[in-house]
Design a binder for this molecule. Structure first.
Ligand code: GTP
Length: 225
């Protein structure tokens, strides 16, 4: 594993780096955000960007289906044994914030099945602006919003926008079509988040995801330091 060290990148890592059975565990990064903002697409892009340098795996959360995991399997972003799904039932945020046991079990099952992992990405089911992950489940979290959801979303705030370790504003390619003002979104995000980082991304255009990957590598450097 070759990782650059990014000393200036803020990090929220503080949890115990070992499982209850004493085995060193993977860094766990959560991706949350509103329905359809591009969480699964971001997970897919991150897998493609990082899979040759890291041992990684993915847990998806869907309300009633396994569709996100099936999409990742179809796209072959990782070998099938590295992708697993949790069906959350009615309330997606409960499974990432309140009763995290199914997700923790899924992560540990992956580590047991494929051996030591550097990184596990945990994708939440689509939810609203208040959904955040328990710190008992993930070490850092990415909140994904998109420009088509309205350029007032950063201004409205909410825990996802204000406290996530990284805010990704996705689908910038759609801004001209939906009349979203990216400069305004950037200024509002800065006002809500102070020094916490923001990446503007277009997966359609292939921009931004490299910056998200740089941020993930920085989290890993801090985790393994
Ligand atoms: N134009 C454009 N479309 C995108 C971009 N990123 C994702 N999409 C599309 O947006 C739709 C939703 O993307 P997903 O990745 O499934 O979104 P999600 O947040 O995982 O959705 P849920 O799991 O249902 O909450 C898909 O049709 C994607 O192809 C982007 O940067 N630009």
């Amino acid at each position: 594993m070759h990782l650059e060290h990014h000393r200036d990148t803020p990090t929220a890592l503080s949890a115990d780096a070992h499982r209850p059975d004493g085995i060193r565990r993977a860094l766990r990064i959560g991706l949350g955000g509103p329905v359809g903002s591009g969480k699964t697409a971001t997970v897919a892009a991150l897998c493609r960007a990082l899979r040759d340098e890291l041992s990684l795996a993915v847990v998806t959360n869907d309300i009633y289906t396994r569709e996100d995991a099936e999409f990742l399997l179809r796209e072959a972003v990782l070998p099938p044994e590295r992708i697993t799904a949790v069906e959350t039932g009615a309330c997606p945020h409960t499974a990432i914030r309140d009763d995290i046991s199914a997700n923790l079990e899924a992560v540990e099952d992956l580590e047991d099945a494929v051996g030591p992992l550097d990184l596990v990405l945990v994708e939440s089911g689509g939810d609203n602006l208040t959904a955040t992950f328990s710190k008992g489940l993930v070490d850092a979290q990415i909140f994904v919003i998109d420009v088509a959801g309205g350029d007032d979303i950063p201004r409205k705030g909410g825990p996802g926008v204000t406290t996530a370790d990284l805010l990704v504003v996705n689908k910038t390619d759609l801004a001209p079509y939906v009349g979203s003002d990216l400069a305004r979104m950037a200024a509002d995000a800065k006002a809500q988040r102070a020094e916490l980082p923001v990446v503007f991304q277009s997966l359609r255009g292939g921009t931004g995801v490299a910056d998200v990957a740089v941020w993930v590598r920085a989290q890993l450097s801090a985790w393994t330091a």
